[in-house]
Design a protein around this ligand. Structure first.
Ligand code: NAG
Ligand code: NAG
Ligand code: NAG
Ligand code: NAG
Ligand code: NAG
Ligand code: NAG
Ligand code: NAG
Length: 802
């Protein structure tokens, strides 16, 4: 009985395995007249001499009786198709590929029609259809490289061809334009070729785009995907799987047609990897036979004058009209009096830009739009706008224009605590009302900046190139030094358009000018609210300089540790930040007391920094480790919004310098144990450094100066001591910054401080693999995941080995 049962189980397996080997696959190196005709049911393929590619009839996964004639990768696990004859058109099993006696190659469909176009003849003796090692299929002068489908292979000429995505929705034409339904959503450069090591060269610009694994010998392909993005993939030879190593569009929502009419495309939690479509307020989703559509809840009547405000929303329709107006209300009334106006945009940047929209297509949400959209709805519509997502996001990370009370004098009464708390509360309450005006004021103030951002960075997508002379003038002959860092000296300057900048002169930069330019372009492409923006660079006369936005408030270090200035700061690693002022180091300039950061601000800073690092680790296509996270590299804006600086710079330094330099540079106290133990450095090294910074944010002390116990200094290790306090003694109080301990109200602050400390404990785990990813850290800080008890950090810091 049991054997019988086993037999039944094995039967289908045996049948399956019997099927394929029974008719051994015939592998041709050339399909010539001796093999003609080739019917789809023959188990035959044409193989390239290097065995990488194969060509032949492939049944459709959905219908085994229909075939395409295709070229595919033999070594990829899903036998990825790189080309197919006539796009997706299929033939039945009664068709055949023949070489006629006259030497014509024909794909003879069942009606006798030749589908192999254009017609090709090769009369030479031994003529055959051959698949070359580079993936091109040739017969006579017919070459599959001239008729690509959705994929371009290395060294295949793109120019003069059109790629169409498999679903037929998107096109890439003239090697320069991405198109959906005749509307163009990308046209910044003209592609030349993809090189076999993963560069994409351009015809209009000497700097190639580099894929993340540039230089590797893996197989690369450039494909127009079904979501409308052009991506370079590289093949993992072991797993046989493809990995995205480059993509042309970073903000997927700017791809037209991602969402249907009236919808607004959003990216999940600010991440750029997945999109979803939201039907805006005043509209509703209705099921139709053709699927879901988003339509008005109440039809619009000509005189309706109600508008819902949608922050950071834009509709990508290019058929919009820009109107000259003098103020917001005339922009609004212009829309009301035009019955075809469905929405208007007014830019609060002082340009008085007023745009009317007549179609609500290609809508998306992105902080980069710097727009508010006013959506026209019926006067009887009662829906509330919930598109303030950016505003709430900004508020959780950086509340606008928070100003802090000055450091309290040494007196400590409950009444004053209550007074401070209620002032702060009243202040935060007021902010709600003031933020609109702050928004306008800020944008007028930064009008020039916004223009440059819009015109230079967002449109052309690259940093501006400055001449040495320009930067010399801007920095007043490099006279105003504002910092000395591991990467070089930082000067303050002012550009001709009055933007204040921090100019960083790099030392020990690896590689030539083109490589530098390419790297800088990548760094400049990283946009995040909590990363310092790079505006440009200079590569001239052997000099390498980077031009950053200037962050006025200086670094977090100055706010956290300034009261301890008399305790001498060791090392030279301080002040690397682009906006860091050295006044505290020189000591000659009297320093005005900086406000002491309150718990809410500290928590926001922690969250902002975590998000920025998570973005570097997880959301950039270029995988970026920071390698030097410390309070000096966290700059604070006027409103205490944190901005991480010096990211990506480790990529610019000479390879041989990297290890030794990092060991010295990655400032004492923040280095993960891997650095000292010479183990491989991964993203988890940044997580460790961030954990130290978190503890310092809470304690207001350098981790190596926080010695408040009888523990022998040789064995002192802050994380271990903190762990004992938090998990064994259950006494977080001992860790808190003494200067604001009196503001600590356990019912209000316990939750956030507890979260910061416990997250830090996970980040500071000895073993890299025990530490959470930066994305997880962000969630732990936010409180969206539970924080379990970590293992006790045990390593005591192996002194300074400089
Ligand atoms: C593909 O696989 C074949 C045999 O399975 C092997 O000889 C060849 O080296 C592989 N090619 C690549 C590029 O991995
Ligand atoms: C094409 O197929 C038709 C019908 O199957 C047949 O009559 C004709 O001879 C074929 N043509 C060639 C060139 O083989
Ligand atoms: C076709 O190719 C095979 C080997 O690839 C060869 O042996 C044969 O002679 C060729 N036939 C003709 C007619 O050239
Ligand atoms: C394409 O555009 C036309 C008019 O420009 C429009 O009528 C049609 O619905 C659009 N198709 C899609 C799929 O968006
Ligand atoms: C986004 O964040 C929310 C909570 O803030 C979470 O519930 C949701 O799963 C997140 N979505 C993604 C795609 O990460
Ligand atoms: C573009 O807008 C104008 C009015 O501004 C309108 O007449 C025209 O039909 C629009 N074109 C499309 C394709 O919607
Ligand atoms: C706004 O509310 C609608 C309906 O409740 C919801 O579907 C949509 O996701 C919300 N949008 C945002 C940005 O939260």
């Amino acid at each position: 009985m049991a054997i019988c049962f086993l037999h039944l189980l094995l039967l289908p397996i045996l049948l399956l395995s019997n099927l394929s080997p029974s008719t051994a696959q015939e592998k041709l190196s050339s399909f010539n007249i001796s093999y003609s005709p080739w019917s789809p049911t023959l188990n035959r393929i044409l193989v390239s001499t290097n065995s990488i590619f194969a060509a032949g009839f492939r049944p459709l996964p959905t219908n085994q009786n229909l075939y395409i004639f295709a070229i595919w990768y033999q070594n990829s696990s899903d036998k990825t198709i790189a080309w197919s004859l006539n796009g997706n058109s299929t033939v039945t099993s009664s068709s055949s590929l023949v070489i006629s006696s006259s030497g014509t190659l024909e794909l003879n469909d069942s009606t006798g029609k030749n589908l192999w176009q254009p017609t090709t003849v090769d009369n030479s003796p031994g003529a055959g259809l051959v698949l070359h090692g580079n993936g091109s299929l040739m017969f006579g002068n017919w070459d599959s490289f001239k008729y690509p489908t959705d994929t371009i292979l290395p060294n295949q000429i793109i120019n003069g061809t059109t790629l169409v995505s498999k679903n037929g929705k998107f096109m890439f034409v003239n090697s320069s334009k991405l198109i959906f339904n005749s509307s163009n959503y990308w046209d910044e450069h003209t592609f030349n070729i993809l090189t076999s090591d993963g560069n994409i060269t351009k015809t209009d610009d000497a700097t190639p785009w580099l894929s993340a694994d540039v230089g590797s010998s893996r197989l690369h392909r450039l494909t127009l995907d079904d979501d409308g993005n052009l991506r370079v993939y590289s093949l993992d030879p072991v797993l046989g799987s493809w990995k995205v190593v480059w993509q042309v569009i970073q903000e997927l929502c700017t791809i037209h047609g991602t969402c249907g009419e009236n919808y607004i495309c959003m990216t999940s939690n600010g991440s750029n990897s997945t999109t979803y479509c939201v039907c805006p307020p005043g509209f509703r989703v209705r099921n139709t036979t053709a699927g879901e559509v988003c339509e008005r809840a109440i039809p619009l009547r000509p005189r309706d004058s109600k508008f819902l405000r949608l922050d950071f929303v834009d509709f990508g329709d290019d058929n919009e009209t820009q109107i000259q107006v003098s103020n917001f209300s005339s922009c609004k009334s212009g829309c009301v009096s035009n019955p075809s106006c469905l929405a208007f945009v007014f830019k609060f940047d002082g340009t008085e830009t007023c745009i009317q929209l007549h179609r609500l297509i290609y809508g998306y949400w992105s902080p980069a739009t710097e727009n508010s959209m006013f959506l026209r709805v019926s006067d009887s519509d009662t829906s509330e706008t919930n598109f303030t997502s950016m505003a709430t996001k900004v508020n959780t990370i950086c509340s606008t224009l928070i100003s802090l009370p000055s450091p309290p004098k040494e007196s400590n009464t409950t009444t004053r605590n209550i007074a401070i708390l209620s002032t702060l509360f009243a202040f935060e309450f007021l902010i709600g009302f003031l933020s609109f005006w702050a928004f306008i004021k800020k944008y007028i103030k930064y009008r020039d900046m916004a223009q440059v951002l819009g015109l230079e960075l967002l449109t052309t997508g690259g940093p501006k190139r400055y001449s040495h002379a320009e930067l010399k003038t801007a920095t007043n002959n490099f006279s105003n030094v504002i910092g000395h860092g591991g990467f070089g000296v930082v000067y303050k300057g002012e550009l001709p358009d009055h933007r204040i900048v921090a100019v960083k002169c790099l030392k020990d930069v690896a590689g030539g000018e083109a490589e530098f330019w390419a790297e800088v372009t990548i760094i400049a492409r990283m946009h995040h609210l909590n990363l310092v923006r790079m505006w440009g660079f200079c590569a001239e006369k052997g000099q390498r300089m980077l031009v950053y936005e200037y962050i006025p408030n200086g670094s977090l270090a100055h706010f956290l540790f300034h009261a301890n200035r008399d305790e001498h700061e060791p090392g030279t690693g301080t002040g690397t930040g682009t906006g860091t002022e050295t006044d505290t180091e020189t000591g000659s300039v009297p320093v005005q007391p900086r406000p002491i950061l309150d718990w809410n601000v500290r928590y926001r800073i922690a969250q902002g920094v975590a998000r920025a690092i998570a973005y570097l680790h997880e959301e950039c296509l270029e995988w970026v480790l920071h390698c030097d996270i410390k309070p000096e590299n966290i700059l604070l804006e006027d409103d205490f919004c944190p901005k991480v600086s010096d990211f990506g710079l480790s990529k610019l330094t000479k390879k041989e310098d990297k290890v030794s330099m990092s060991r010295i540079r990655g400032t004492r106290g923040y280095l993960a144990p891997e650095w000292v133990k010479m183990e491989p450095i991964t993203a988890k090294a940044d997580v460790y450094s961030f954990g130290m910074v978190l503890l310092e944010i809470v304690s207001g002390m350098r981790n190596y100066e926080f010695r408040r116990s009888s523990v022998d200094s040789e064995e002192w290790y802050f994380p271990r001591w903190a762990f004992e306090k938090v998990y064994k003694e259950m006494n977080v109080d001992d860790l808190l910054d003494g200067r604001i301990k009196h503001c600590y109200d356990s019912s209000v602050h316990f939750e956030i401080v507890d979260r910061m400390v416990k997250t830090a404990m996970w980040c500071l785990q000895d073993k890299a693999e025990m530490r959470p990813s930066m994305g997880k850290v962000t969630k732990m800080l936010e409180g969206t995941v539970e924080i379990t008890e970590p293992a006790k950090p045990t390593i005591f810091y192996i002194g300074d080995d400089e």
